[in-house]
Design a protein around this ligand. Sequence first.
Ligand code: ADP
Ligand code: MG
Length: 444
Amino acid sequence: MQAREIEDIFADILDRAKALDPANTRRWFDRLTLLHLNGGALGIGCPDESAVQYLRDNCKGTFTRAAQQITGHLVTVEFKLIPQKADEKSAHQPHRSSPGLRLHPDYTFDNFVVGPSNRLAHASCIAVSRSLGDTYNPLFVYGNSGLGKTHLLQAACFEAQRKLNGAVIQFLSCEEFVNRFIRAIEEGNLAGFHSQFRTADMLVIDDIQFLREREQSQEEFFHTFNTLYNNGKQIILSADSPPGKIPSLEERLVSRFNWGLVAGIDPPSYETRVAIVQKKAHLRGLSISDEIAQYIAHKVQANIRELEGALTSIYAVATTTGKKITLELAKTALGEKTKSDARHISITDIIEVVTNHFDIRLTDLQSKKRSQSITEPRQICMYLARNLTRHSLEEIGGHLGGRDHTTVMHACSKIADAKDSDPKMNALLDELAKQITQGQPASV
Ligand code: ADP
Ligand code: MG
């Protein structure tokens, strides 16, 4: 076979693999290269170690099936790292991996959407990863499940690896730390365990709440922490709650976890959720309309993992039915009764929720009154109408006493700024949006 023909076959295999498993497909698959295809073996070159791990863990079966379908033969697939020439290394490529460091290729800072809910955690992860041990030590990131803790911690590892060539980084879940500790005791190899964790330049432990009620592991971690800390090495931890709220955690650990910076992550706002859906779609090499991204962001509010799951369900339905992704299809995929169109939001729905909340009347909103107690609810109505409906600025102004479009625009940007700078306003807008999207349609 000519080299050209083999390259074409490889391109077909890639396309088939993408079609077989859209949920695990990523844009960077386009950077995979053909190493060899002969004697029933397909070698695929990967740009970095995290890509190799990702493909081995998630895509081996899919690529095997794709290769067999395209060639008509039994094929064994192997993924290999191809070292890149220095001048080809993009900003995303680590120079040298710490031995055994396993990171998810999606979990980089580039792929993380920053919003008011996670800004501090994001900024502090960036700061520590660029200068280990010098800024916040330890850095403690906490938040509910599915809000991006693991993503941020791994992004810090990627960044440290990229910026500080040769730094020894250890990333592991607390469960893994405990299991390895137990194994080291069983095997009588505590010295090996100590040298692995107490000599790192950066130790990152995810879900540290797992230490609760594990007294011996807490004792071990206490000494690991002290050694690293005293040597100026970076420690990053995550948990589902702040240090003091983790039950049965020794006081001396709680106090150490508070020595550096404790950064919380809150559930993302509507705007952040829309941006995340778009980012995730982009990462998979897919594009979805704003309307669909907004629909998903309305539908799933508390957990980003579920937001991603919703996107996957929509793509799964689209690929299995061979249909284009429309709002209708998205609704079906997410199990919504489409006929009743229960979630259609009108400006009247918004006005009803806002007037109830502030205990004012519609006529006040529509009047020329400019007192703060009326102006703010009016501006909030405009902002919500702009974000939750597809009405134009003029139409929104029309419903609120015939205001012109520049007034509406000014109101929207004023409330958006307040939302960014004032957590109370952020929470209020979320609460109102929730009532509007989940409540009964208002009677007109
Ligand atoms: P946690 O560790 O807090 O339970 P993860 O870090 O596992 O949450 O995040 C769950 C999913 O949500 C991951 O796929 C992650 O990439 C995604 N995610 C969370 N926050 C963001 C964000 N701000 N931008 C992009 N993706 C995010
Ligand atoms: Mg996690």
